[in-house]
Design a protein around this ligand. Sequence first.
Ligand SMILES: *[C@@H]1O[C@H](CO)[C@@H](O)[C@H](O)[C@H]1NC(C)=O
Ligand SMILES: *[C@@H]1O[C@H](CO)[C@@H](O)[C@H](O)[C@H]1NC(C)=O
Ligand SMILES: *[C@@H]1O[C@H](CO)[C@@H](O)[C@H](O)[C@H]1NC(C)=O
Ligand SMILES: CC(=O)N[C@H]1CO[C@H](CO)[C@@H](O)[C@@H]1O
Length: 322
Amino acid sequence: MRALFLVLCLAAQLAAVSAKKTILLSNDDSWASTYIRAVYRLLKEANYNVILVAPVSQRLGWAGKFDLPETKTLLTDGEFGYVKKGAPSWGKEENDKNIWYFNGTPSSCVAFALDYVIPQHFGNVNVDLTIGGVNEGPNLSAGFYTASGTMSAIYTSIYRGIPGISFSGLDFNNSFFKDQLNNDADNPANIYAKKVVDLTNRVLGNKTTLPKNTGLNVNFPKVGLLSSKKCTNPKWLNTRVTGSGIFMQDMTYDDKSDMVSWQVKYFDDIQTELTVGDINLPSEYSVYLADNCTTAVSAFTIDNDVSVTQNRQVQLLIGDLF
Ligand SMILES: *[C@@H]1O[C@H](CO)[C@@H](O)[C@H](O)[C@H]1NC(C)=O
Ligand SMILES: *[C@@H]1O[C@H](CO)[C@@H](O)[C@H](O)[C@H]1NC(C)=O
Ligand SMILES: *[C@@H]1O[C@H](CO)[C@@H](O)[C@H](O)[C@H]1NC(C)=O
Ligand SMILES: CC(=O)N[C@H]1CO[C@H](CO)[C@@H](O)[C@@H]1O
């Protein structure tokens, strides 16, 4: 009788475990960054099965480059010296089999997770959602869509049929979780992580999830200790990735040194004529500029094709070629 009871308890437990939704978590700032560890901690507390696979070192701005390790061991220390030169090119936390590093880019980390880590170590569990971030720094959106590593983790996932959300926070310091992850309610890492869980619950809590080929790009404002405006619970706002007001990479040429240097430039009002998205939505960068304790949430698609109208215009121009 007692044995039967135990078997029933075990079966119930297994059912509960398998009912858990699985989230693949990555970023570009490295697996040892404060923000990704804060998100990992709270998603687990919220009863998700979380598998973290992220670069061993900072890969900011590496875009969709699909970089794989070329040696079995690391030729240099990983981020914050947390993994040392000479260690294997991929591995996991000693005390947590769900946290992995990989000597690759965000895009290749997602592939490594889906093609190696999950099939080999997690019994091929289905991933319900991929989350990128929270990225340390707001360098996402139109001008950075193709440049951002965090974004590339997400579109790599969406191309493979798994919906994804990229998150960025307004904080430029890439900090080591062992230095900065604490239980302070005013720590931006904890405020952001709580918001990530809120949005994840909404996206995964319904019968249906995000539409096919669709992802969300989320930009948080300055919060907590970093906010002079006492922003601790930012409001959500539906925005669009493009729209008037875009930050992009740009350069300055210096004729004295005959050299060029990197900068970010704001291009105002250049995309008011966009025909595909909803032009009534504010652009995410207008929210960034407003700095009004608001989180920008833009839905984007991986469909790179133009609208039918635009393609007709192309055909009018060069249609005699076809
Ligand atoms: C930035 O990150 C480093 C590395 O973890 C940490 O030592 C430093 O205190 C952080 N600075 C701020 C202002 O948070
Ligand atoms: C999803 O759930 C929320 C409540 O959490 C509800 O307001 C919303 O209508 C649901 N959407 C769909 C498509 O079921
Ligand atoms: C914040 O600023 C954005 C962009 O100007 C605006 O659309 C939004 O309504 C503002 N939100 C609040 C809460 O003031
Ligand atoms: C628009 C914006 O916030 N750009 C930032 C992108 O990241 C670089 C480096 O982290 C910053 O210097 C820019 O200010």
